[in-house]
Design a protein around this ligand. Structure first.
Ligand code: SF4
Length: 259
């Protein structure tokens, strides 16, 4: 199956507690190796693959499996994006460098590494985490691994803790995505999907953990449901089936009724 953007939620754990986190409170959940393998049996061609979390390096094996699949060209990925806070205590920096280095010179995938260090991240880092971040950056520089460092968020998604803490964009130029229905409708229209730790396929990628449940369009092990083929691709809000219960979505026949 081909999609434009696929977001893989490697974990819902995070070592930080940023006040603007649109996911909401961290949860003790990781994506399993089996789920990752299922993903790459289904999705084999994408313009963007985004590995995220929570903090993705807390599921280091998951990051490894994704990179191995990209490097061996088992999946076609034009652009690979990895977003990290770069300050997990248990992150083995040498192992991370070994993993990322080959991506630098990869001629079939362009690699983007994003380091998030906004005021919200800095506000909740311990001294040790701040040191880890700086030494991680030094290692990246030493090995000439390019990264984009985000010091100021340009977009806020009004979900999760950002919503609870009433964090607003700082200027009119900055975006503010505050309609979950619209995020999901754009996901269907633009073929942007997120796979959660549990293997649920969600329309769009800017949902809190809580809201992601509302926009499940299929379940990974029922991949023949092929949400991308939906014909209802016009009209922002009408493209979605009514928010389903997960149990219902597990039934293939009921999905067909929706279609
Ligand atoms: S914004 Fe990122 S680093 Fe901060 S709590 Fe959320 S997932 Fe963790």
């Amino acid at each position: 199956m081909k999609v434009n953007e696929l977001y893989i939620e490697l974990t819902r754990r995070c070592n930080l507690k940023c006040a603007h986190c649109f996911y909401g409170d961290a949860q003790n959940a990781d994506m399993s190796r089996e789920t990752l393998e299922q993903i790459f049996q289904v999705y084999k061609d994408m313009d963007w693959l985004v590995a995220g979390g929570g903090e993705p390096f807390l599921n280091f094996d998951g990051v490894k499996i994704i990179i191995q699949n990209i490097m061996k060209q088992k999946i076609k990925v034009n652009n690979f994006f990895l977003a990290t806070n770069g300050c997990c205590e248990n992150m083995d920096k040498d192992e991370v460098i070994d993993l990322l280095l080959p991506l630098q010179n990869c001629n079939h995938t362009k690699f983007y590494l994003k380091l998030s260090d906004t005021i919200y991240h800095r506000a909740c880092k311990s001294e040790l985490e701040a040191e880890i971040y700086q030494s991680f950056k030094s290692k990246l520089d030493k090995y000439n691994i390019q990264y984009i460092e985000i010091k100021q968020d340009t977009e806020f998604i009004n979900e999760g803790k950002a919503k609870a803490n009433r964090i607003q964009p700082q200027s009119e130029q900055q975006g503010n995505f505050d309609d979950p229905n619209e995020i999901a409708a754009c996901g269907i229209r633009d073929k942007v999907f997120k796979i959660t730790c549990e293997g649920n396929i969600v329309a769009g990628c800017g949902h809190s953990y809580e809201n992601a449940q509302r926009f499940i369009v299929a379940v990974l092990n029922k991949y023949e449901l092929n949400p991308v083929q939906t014909k209802r691709s016009s009209g922002m809000k009408s493209v979605l089936p009514p928010p389903p219960s997960l149990d219902k979505m597990r039934s293939h026949s009921e999905w067909n009724e929706v279609e």
